[in-house]
Ligand binder design. Sequence first.
Ligand code: PMP
Length: 946
Amino acid sequence: MAAGDRRDRGALTAARLACERFGLDGATTPLPGELDRNFALDGHVLKLHAPGTDSRLLDLQDAALEHLAARCDAVALPRLLRTRDGAARVTSPEGSVRVLSWVAGTPLAVIGEPGAETLASLGRAVAHVDRGLASFEHAALDRPLRWNMLSAAELVSDATAGDARAVLERFAAHVAPRLCALPGQAIHNDANEHNVLIGDDGRVRGLIDFGDLCRAPRICGLAVACAYAMARLIVPERQVLPVVAGYHEVAPLAPRELALLPELIRARLAMSIAMAACQRREQPDNEYLLVSQDGVTAVLGRLGALPREVEHLRLRTACGYEAVPTARAVRAFLQTADVGPVCGPSLEHAPIVDCSRADRLAPGVEPAIGRYLEDRRVYDSDAFETGLPGERRTLHLGVDVFLPAGEPILAPLDGVVRDVAWRPALRDWGGVVVLDHETLGGIRFHTLYGHLDRASTARWACGDRVGRGDVVGRVGTEAENGGWVPHLHLQLLTAELGAGCDVHGAGTLAERDVWESVSPDHNLLLGLPGGLRAAPPRDATELRAARRASISRALGLAYAEPLNIVRGEGAHLYDDAGRAYLDLVNNVCHVGHAHPRVVRAAAEQMARINTNTRYLHDLLVTYARRLTATLPDPLGVVFLVNSGSEANDLALRLARAHTGARDVLVLEHAYHGNLSSLIEISPHKFDGPGGAGRTEHVHVCALPHTARDADDIGRHAAAARPAAFIAESLPGVAGQIVLPDGYLRAAYAHARAAGAVCIADEVQVGFGRVGRAFWGFELGDVVPDIVTLGKPIGNGHPLGAVVTTPEIARSFETGMEYFNTFGGNPVSCAAALAVLDVIADERLQAHAARLGGVLLDGLRDLAARHALVTDVRGAGLFLGVELRRPEGEPAAAQAAAVVEHARRRQVLLSVDGPHRNVLKLKPPMVIGDTDAARCLEILDEALSRV
Ligand code: PMP
């Protein structure tokens, strides 16, 4: 039979079996494939495996897909479709037929150069699959497989091209033994650009083709993904980093895995080249074998010219590890080492010269210092280009000591000459000497002395010993030091990057974390009391990457495009580009961002003394008296703490000490703080994502619609031994709720009848915000037993307070001291006093009442014109706008869209409420009438668009 007939017979059989056994009907369309014949059919992939295909391999893939189906929902993967009677495949004379679900998406291969977010999502996708596969076991995982990197050394003889062969030989000798020491697991092992599928949002959504599934260290699978991604990138060694960072985000990588990655990426590229050569020899007609070869050879060639060590440092940094693993030990050694001076003249009073804007380094006086980590315009020649568009090496990595030409330079430590060179080209080092040193623990580091004269380089040979205090060389003249004004460039190096003197004295700003580890603060050598480091700001992109690596992702960021806020004034925030944003969110900077009176009060006190409450201090008692003067009797005893959470935690302790009971009555959806004790009493948290549910001693009472709903407090109180009833005076997280008239009075009565004390959480709403009263509870016509304060109390200075009755305070005097290191310190008290002064002197409470009224009227007008707005509520400058769809469902997506639209229009809003459909307005109390008008205008605009 002719081959074509057999192929058609195969297609027909596959289609027939798909219909009869799998229940799939319709036209089949052939798809490319390396070994199998694949067809698209009705949202599925119909696979015809040639007769003789090892059934164990198909079993392996089927088992893995079914294993992942239950464990990996973050990535779209093929699902195995079983026959009507439960079989995984059907055998026929033409081969075995299997059906997998179709995974939608555009192959990475057909999109242009992928961006950082696409690449990060690739890393995350591979990691999710690896996590899912970690618990997968199957006998066929350990089958011989040429694509398994553990056996890459076997391909040496197939690699004819020079680069590939050299890489594989190195792999066999140096890498394989270290790789084998890492634990293995099932890995997908083939995230090449044809198997990676991108969704409409530009992120990886799916991964297909489990044919190379095998057991290997998981870092091998990541190396595969990196290797093929790099073949599509212009500066692959830099641009690939998000893939690794993305993987690390989902499945944290250990340093010993990262250390192998540069080698493994090269090995995988070399394997690809070797395999392609070998397969081309075996099957010269199979075009599919040529895919994935694009760019592979070129990347391998490029990587061959780069030091692996720098890649390793970049990878470590991308994952939040310090770039140079030994840098910490070097810094620790230098902290206490006996370091000598680098020159005769004392540098102690040498001025620091700002060289950042200069076109030419010109200190004016000598000696003078040019700063470490300064971003300098002067590095403008081609020598400072990096290959990435618009990027130059502008970050000064050493310290400059401006001295007259001829001045002797001394070795600050014993050392050995590592290298010495004469490099007279313009902008180069001139005379340069590098010394090796060792910490007491035997860790090597280096010091570099650049811009010396020529004679300095003639006096040394590599390996010469240099004693502390010996003359290393002399400062060169402009004619012989590379064309610079006479100075020493001193650079500490914790890693051997580049051979000998081939060290960069300036690095890229974007990679400052790498370079700062390689060349740590030179004040470890110079010991100048004023320091010598500059601090060039990071841009938003850099900040996001650095934040991802070093800050827990449990901390959220606001807005799809997060803001880099660098300054504030009044009700406005300013980003790094100087753009102003109207802040309608921040009820912490109550009297306005950076209010000069508060800033001055805190700064002046900070400059005088900051201590703790074990000393007498006027400000502590003055503040306590001023605060209690705003509160009704008998609320007269004050505890100062550091946050709203601390205040609520202490309030619980007081309540429990006073009542001897433990239970707590709380309102639905409430949030009272981030401490363990408060997560336990915050339904918003314990019933929300990641929450552990309600604990027995907590009783959740209904959010009221009428005063009668206070009966729910009575019901719960009767079934418990409550120590406390805690409620916000206007529940905020629950959706800016105004409690019904009479509710708090009735609720307090029920709680007190059951022996509980009543805690008013005023963290959000206190200090005049509600306009008609200074405290929110006053609107409810009650006097709490304990009041907790936070947010606005220090206008951004971290501070909180608990105020209670003398009687409850007495119950807390059990013999156990209450000491709070920072609580009540004089600086906090000074800030808090200034806040009270400003509220009074600027008549902010009256302002909140009036402007709140203006806003409320304007919002009601919006409600009349936009059906989406179903309720408008609040008091003073604490307002909520509830959005619901015509059918009454909470309009969370629309609320989020309004917030994003407003952000684009430079107005900052937030959402809250259990359904996240309530827009919150709680601006600094100093917003003006034009700000209010702008708020309404932008809301109107946003509501018209969503
Ligand atoms: N109580 C309420 C009502 C709050 O809104 C918050 C903070 N959002 C807290 C307590 C906790 O305050 P902090 O974050 O200062 O600990």
